[in-house]
Write a protein that binds this ligand. Structure first.
Ligand SMILES: [Zn+2]
Length: 433
């Protein structure tokens, strides 16, 4: 055999070796959940700003059947948040909830972040200094899916699937019917890091309904298509646009020539007055994607973030000292919509699934500054399932307790967590085998 032939054969051998190793890795990566996790399914429903001021009266009226069912089969109450008013930012609180660590440790402590000298709306996942639940599950080879949670862009590679917080907004604004902003998309093309795996983005696009369909759905639920003028929005040429005041405050100073920044995406959405539609449909699509992951049954933990309650609360919260009494129709209707989404998620989850409903804060109307602010009080939590004692309302549950409790349920040691394990809510645990 001459030298060149040897080289070719060697080349082929090396190629086959690499190919088979790659194949083994891929195959290993796609394995169904290990047996020891098969009866430990967990569903996490994160609802931003979900709170008892609205939920309580609706339950009394016999509404919210799906939430009621969860409450009946478990424990519930108002979560201790224990964060000062200055830091009650949703991405910061959610990061605490999903890392089990306080802000001084995970370092996500604002609504904004500075990236390459620019101010961006929402911190980036790369700024988080502590592992989140999805990282811990990945380390233990527990397959999971996470949909739309805040501060998850750029998306992280996990053992499972992840839809970052900007995947659905991106797909929504890419639908040029809304904005006529093809120039924007030509400039940026198709961004990576919105979903993991990357191909999931096609699925996200496929769920965006035509504009008329969204409007139709919103009308059916009694949810307004635009935001009231006095809350920072105004009508302009038939569209609701952000007022000059807010524009100055949030947008003009920050969103020029930032490459693919969240700020630009959010800025365009605001300027085009699409926020109510975007949030409404984001909640809908997040739910459909989560239902798909639950149905596939190859994950142990499925988690979905529903953000519309927060946006609608900021614009439609009653200007009242007694919000539970004076709640607006829009808020009530949005909660009824959320209950339908929760129903869809529960339909495909097994009877023995452990369900967490969690929220990050409540609201209060600030009469001095005339805006609705986040509040420590009345954030909802519900933990429900066959293995949870149905003892109703409980106290002393904090937002830092969720991750340690989830890990305990899965039989994993929690490391350095500030919260406590809610051992007493379970009357049995999945088998440790
Ligand atoms: Zn929030």
């Amino acid at each position: 055999m001459d030298g060149s032939k040897k080289k070719i054969i060697l080349g082929i051998v090396v190629f086959l070796l690499i190919a088979s190793l790659t194949f083994i890795t891929i195959k290993k990566y796609r394995y169904p959940p290990q047996k020891r996790f098969q009866d430990k399914e967990i569903l996490i429903i994160g609802i931003d700003g979900f709170n008892w001021h609205v939920l309580g009266p609706l339950l009394k009226e016999g509404r919210m059947p799906n939430i009621r069912k969860l409450m009946k089969n478990g424990v519930y109450g108002a979560a201790d948040i224990d964060i000062d008013d200055e830091h009650l930012w949703s991405p910061a609180i959610w990061t605490s909830m999903l890392t089990g660590k306080t802000m001084d440790k995970h370092k996500i402590n604002s609504l904004y972040c500075i990236y390459k000298g620019k101010l961006l709306t929402f911190p980036m996942s790369t700024m988080r200094r502590e592992p989140a639940l999805w990282n811990i599950l990945t380390r233990h080879r527990i397959p999971s899916s996470f949909v739309s949670f805040l501060a998850t862009w750029p998306v992280e590679k996990i053992y499972g699937s992840m839809i970052s917080c900007f995947a659905i907004p991106w797909a929504f604004i890419k639908n040029a019917d809304y904005l006529g902003r093809e120039d924007f998309f030509k400039k940026y093309g198709n961004p990576r890091w919105l979903t993991y795996p990357y191909e999931l983005m096609d699925k996200v696009y496929s769920y965006i309904p035509p504009a008329e369909e969204i409007d139709e759905m919103m009308k059916r639920y009694g949810i307004p298509l635009s935001i009231p003028r006095e809350r920072g929005m105004q009508e302009k040429e038939g569209h609701t646009v952000i007022t000059e005041h807010l524009r100055e405050k949030f947008l003009d100073s920050v969103h020029t020539d930032v490459d693919l920044s969240e700020m630009e995406i959010i800025g365009i959405l605001f300027l085009s007055g699409q926020v109510p539609r975007m949030m409404f449909i984001m909640d809908y699509i997040s739910t459909q994607l989560a239902v798909d992951f639950i149905r596939k049954k190859d994950t142990v933990v499925d988690a979905v973030y529903i953000g519309g309650v927060d946006i609608f609360s900021h614009f439609f919260w009653p200007q009242s000292k007694n919000p539970a009494r004076d709640m607006t129709e829009t808020m009530r209707n949005y909660y009824l919509y959320i209950d339908d989404l929760v129903g869809q998620l529960l339909e495909d989850a097994g009877e023995d699934t452990l369900v967490f409903v969690m929220s990050d804060h409540g609201y209060r109307y600030d009469f001095e500054s005339k805006v609705t602010r986040h509040d420590q009080e009345k954030a909802v939590f519900i933990i429900s399932g066959e293995r949870v004692k149905n003892i109703g309302e409980i106290e002393n549950v904090g937002i830092l307790d969720y991750v340690p409790t989830i890990l305990y349920y899965l039989g994993i040691e929690a490391e350095g967590m500030a919260g406590k394990i809610l051992k007493n809510i379970f009357f049995s645990l999945p088998s440790r085998q």
